[in-house]
Design a binder for this molecule. Structure first.
Ligand code: FAD
Ligand code: FES
Ligand code: FES
Length: 479
């Protein structure tokens, strides 16, 4: 049970034992490895000061992604590579192109945020041979700077983008040597951590520890420790279970494993409609999307998660599995009440099945939040309507932020069904929304605002599906 955590840190093998499983990578870097270039700002995934690159072996090469070290538990790094800002300088001591450009373009003042920006941009340069302005803005949407202003940082990114020297240093052989074929089990100070590699191991260990905390990307669970100081005596990590990390296209549609990150699910989900891509690009930041999973976004039962409304509108099914077998339910039926889900003891969320969008079905999803980037929704509305010869044959509407759970608007759907898709029908459906929801007031929005927004989003859906020439695109920056 007392295996050590093995990972490659800046080119060197680390074998760690005796440290609590819920110690974060950031704590380890700063307090144990004395790599203090990586900073702590918020300790909740919001500011990007702690950005590092994580390498994962994939078919004989290393895939790098930026993550927030402040909410990543150390044992989740087992079998991975970690690159921090200290490792970017070449052996001859030259700055890497992003660091060099930050100096030349005056992209840093107090310097606190700078390592985070440098890591975010260096990972982008590694992954993207010619980064466009949109890619650059997306890559640093999760990094905050309080003194420089973003223009010089963007200038630096554009300058670095001209460089040919953009690879992060990687060591495939070293990574290959630390891969595991069976479950990794770690224990320290009485706390246990399990990282199964097969679905069988996963349900077996969960049956053994039914009160364990299930951990996927940790973008929620990490905060339970860093912000709420919770003890997690037993953690089961899903991030190495191959079956949960894959996306499969079948004749019926898309099967997305619960541990697939939003970054990885992006392309497949965007195929349903461009509005899906627009919405998911505003889901947190790149660093959070690289870690946060589709399954975690559902299993957490949040009424304001961005994944459930579009998936419910698309009639997605959820597959839950335990040692006793699997069961499938409509995604909307999983959410019973505020933070209460239909998940029995020993059951894990295994996958989400999203049916193919039938021809003729119009689909849109819209996210409304106070900030454009890196903000949780006040309201998220998703609409799927089968419109044939100007008539609504079937409609599915789901909202987040309007009730204690993500919820369908059945009254509005009934007002649309079988009716001509015109202004009069729209008005009836808009009025019916008042029967579907009694939203609450909180720090994100007032009840009135939410109700107004829901009505307006349905109107927007009507306009976009009846007057395709009307421009309803929302712009991120003043242009
Ligand atoms: C800075 C920041 C910004 C964010 N922005 C957004 C946003 O814009 N939109 C949004 O919707 N969310 C946002 N979130 C919330 C979060 O990132 C998402 O909900 C994410 O998808 C959670 O996935 P995860 O893999 O990190 O889950 P985790 O934190 O690992 O787990 C979340 C919950 O699900 C359970 N769980 C995970 N996997 C399983 C499984 N397979 N079976 C059973 N239970 C499981 C865990 O036990 C836990 O209760 C944000 C979070 C942060 C920190
Ligand atoms: S310290 Fe702010 S995102 Fe990690
Ligand atoms: S340079 Fe001071 S916070 Fe960015």
């Amino acid at each position: 049970m007392t295996e050590s955590i093995r990972f490659i840190l800046n080119g060197e093998l680390r074998e760690v034992s005796g440290l609590p499983p819920s110690m974060t990578l950031l704590q380890y870097l700063r307090e144990r490895a004395h790599l203090t270039g990586t900073k702590e700002g918020c300790a909740e995934g919001d500011c990007g000061a702690c950005t590092v690159a994580i390498g994962r072996l994939n078919n004989g090469k290393v895939d790098y992604q930026s993550i927030n070290a402040c909410i990543a538990f150390l044992p989740t790094l087992d079998g991975r590579e970690v690159v921090t800002v200290e490792h970017l300088k070449s052996k001859t001591g030259q700055l890497n192109p992003v660091q060099d450009a930050m100096v030349k373009c005056h992209g840093s003042q107090c310097g606190f945020c700078t390592p985070g920006f440098v890591m975010a941009l260096s990972t982008l340069m590694h992954n993207c041979k010619d980064a466009k302005d949109d890619d650059i803005q997306d890559a640093i949407a999760g990094n905050l700077c309080r003194c420089t202003g973003y223009r010089p940082i963007l200038d630096a990114a554009r300058l670095a983008n001209k460089s040919k020297d953009r690879e992060l240093p990687s060591d495939v052989n070293a990574l290959e040597k630390i891969q595991r074929k069976k479950m990794f089990a770690y224990e320290a100070g009485g706390a246990k951590f399990f990282a199964p590699v097969t679905g069988e191991e996963l349900v077996e260990v969960y049956a053994q520890y039914p009160n364990a905390t299930m951990l996927a990307g940790g973008t929620d669970v990490g905060l339970w420790v860093t912000k709420f100081h919770m003890d997690l005596p037993v953690i089961i990590y899903t991030g190495n279970v191959e079956g949960l990390r894959s996306i499969r296209e079948t004749a019926e549609g898309l099967e997305i494993g619960a541990a697939v990150s939003y970054t990885d699910a992006f392309e497949a989900l965007a195929a349903y409609d461009g509005s899906m891509l627009d919405m998911f690009k505003r889901f947190a930041s790149v660093h959070i999307r690289n870690a946060g999973t589709v399954g975690g976004n559902i299993a957490n039962g949040s009424p304001i998660g961005d994944g459930p409304p579009p998936l419910i509108a698309l009639n997605a099914k959820l597959v839950l599995r335990s040692k006793a077998g699997a069961r499938t339910l409509n995604l909307e039926d999983f959410f019973l009440a505020y933070k209460k889900q239909d998940r029995k003891q020993g059951e894990i969320v295994e996958k989400i099945i999203v049916p193919k969008k039938p021809a003729g079905v119009q689909f849109r999803v819209y996210k409304i939040s106070k900030r454009f980037d890196q903000d949780i929704s006040a309201v998220c509305g998703a609409f799927a309507a089968d419109i044939q010869n100007g008539k609504v044959v079937e409609a599915r509407i789901a909202f987040g932020g309007m009730a204690g759970t993500p919820k369908r608007a059945t009254h509005a759907e009934n007002a649309l069904k079988g009716q001509p898709w015109n202004e009069a029908t729209l008005q009836k459906a808009v009025a019916a929304l008042d029967k579907d929801y009694a939203p609450m007031t909180d720090m994100r929005a007032s009840a009135k605002y939410r109700a107004d927004v829901a009505r307006n989003l349905l109107k927007r859906f009507f306009i976009e599906t009846t007057e395709p020439d009307v421009e309803t695109q929302v712009y991120r920056y003043a242009e």
